[in-house]
Design a protein around this ligand. Structure first.
Ligand SMILES: *Cc1c(COP(=O)(O)O)cnc(C)c1O
Length: 383
């Protein structure tokens, strides 16, 4: 994807920085829109990338917003999302965050425990209003993904487990300041094996039926997000196959005709359009390996250090050179986990070369930190 035009453009920017290809984002959004079946509604998971420029493009495409903090709700509103297009999830919503979201009359809280349900009811009561809620359920489905990004197994902290369903039903009957709207599920992230979503459908079908029998009919079923992308070969599949993803739900999800189907996609929308652009500071000979030391590290892109995530690494100053060397590509931070890749195949590389770390548009810039008092990372957009 990178060419001479990019490297020219990058010359005037101080590294490191995030680069976003807004054209690719627009193409992704239009592919997504074309593939959304009738009756399906998509909320974008802000936590993947809440950059205002990105949010405005996503808002423009007609998606809603899925937030996991009060500040994300605020950001979504500032970027033009309507209150009725905002959902708010998270295991640990503070009273301040709940109060703020109630005041904004957001579409729905996705509630993760019985106690949270009582707290939301109490806070709504103090404001003399009724707040919409959906119940996040832990469906015990294995997402076949990294253990740090799986969320739908019994030992995870997320959602309400089936053994509490009877208590939940009793509780819902007594709480007068909340209105039951939907059932919510989210089994994890970076899921490429679509059979996990098929399994999710089977569980949702059972759970939806159970609630209907208890006379709690959900207006919407929220299937969460988690669709994975191809980190290995970002140019082969720059846009995820959304059609194939929705087809699984079209085929296996059984619901009442008027039940709406919601999704919360993050990574699959924004990951591909972003790259971390960095410069080689030093080359260093190790005992069994050669190191490339970059001016970006885990403070700019945490995913490799946090959950051994793979990102494709390219030398974009040597686009036409043969790939004939192997390097361990590391950052400048005082932590051994500050490594972007081991034995990375690259052309013969020099100090000053520009290095692109691909597919960094999701959970990249937003997870950056100022550890070691590093500068705040900048971002650059190009059409
Ligand atoms: C993170 C998250 C998402 C988005 O997940 P992606 O893997 O980025 O699609 C959706 N829903 C909830 C509740 C989340 O926590």
């Amino acid at each position: 994807m990178f060419n001479q035009k990019h490297t020219e453009y990058f010359k005037s920017h101080e590294t490191p920085f995030y680069f976003y290809d807004t054209q690719l984002l627009k193409e992704t959004l239009s592919a997504l829109k074309k593939s959304i079946p009738e009756n399906y509604i998509i909320h974008y998971a802000l936590k993947a990338n809440p950059h205002p420029t990105i949010l405005k493009l996503i808002k423009h495409a007609g998606l809603g917003a899925d937030c996991v903090s009060g500040n994300e709700v605020k950001r979504a509103l500032e970027c033009g999302f309507k209150n009725t297009e905002i959902v708010f999830a998270g295991v640990g919503k503070s009273d301040k965050e709940i109060n703020f979201a109630i005041d904004q009359s957001i579409f729905c809280f996705n509630v993760e425990s019985l106690q949270e349900l009582m707290v939301i009811n109490e806070l709504a009561k103090q404001k003399n209003c009724i707040t919409n809620i959906a119940i996040r359920i832990n469906p015990s489905v294995d997402a076949y993904t990294h253990k740090y990004i799986t969320t739908g197994l019994e030992e995870n902290k997320f959602g309400i487990n089936p053994h509490e369903f009877n208590n939940l039903i009793e509780l819902l009957k007594t709480l007068k300041h909340i209105k039951f709207k939907g059932l919510h599920f989210h089994i994890g992230s970076q899921i490429q094996n679509l059979s996990a979503f098929k399994e999710l459908c089977t569980r949702v079908n059972e759970i939806n039926q159970w609630f209907i029998q208890k006379e709690l009919e959900a207006e919407h079923l929220n299937l969460g997000g988690g669709l994975g992308i191809n980190y290995k070969e970002p140019d082969n599949e720059a846009i995820v196959n959304f059609e194939k993803y929705f087809f699984v739900f079209k085929t296996f999800l059984k619901h009442l005709p008027h039940q709406k189907i919601h999704f919360e996609l993050g990574r699959s929308i924004v990951a591909s359009c972003g790259s971390l652009i960095s410069r080689v500071l030093y080359l260093k000979k190790g005992i069994n390996t050669d190191f490339l030391i970059l001016d970006a590290g885990m403070t700019e892109l945490l995913r490799p250090a946090l959950y051994q995530a793979y990102h494709k690494i390219e030398n974009i100053s040597k686009l036409n050179d043969p790939i004939e060397k192997k390097y361990d590509v590391v950052g400048p931070i005082c932590e051994s986990s500050d490594c972007f890749g081991k034995s990375v195949e690259l052309p013969e590389t020099d100090r000053g070369d520009l290095i692109a770390i691909r597919s960094a548009g999701a959970y990249g810039e937003v997870m950056s930190s100022r550890y070691n008092l590093r500068d705040q990372i900048d971002s650059v957009f190009m059409d």
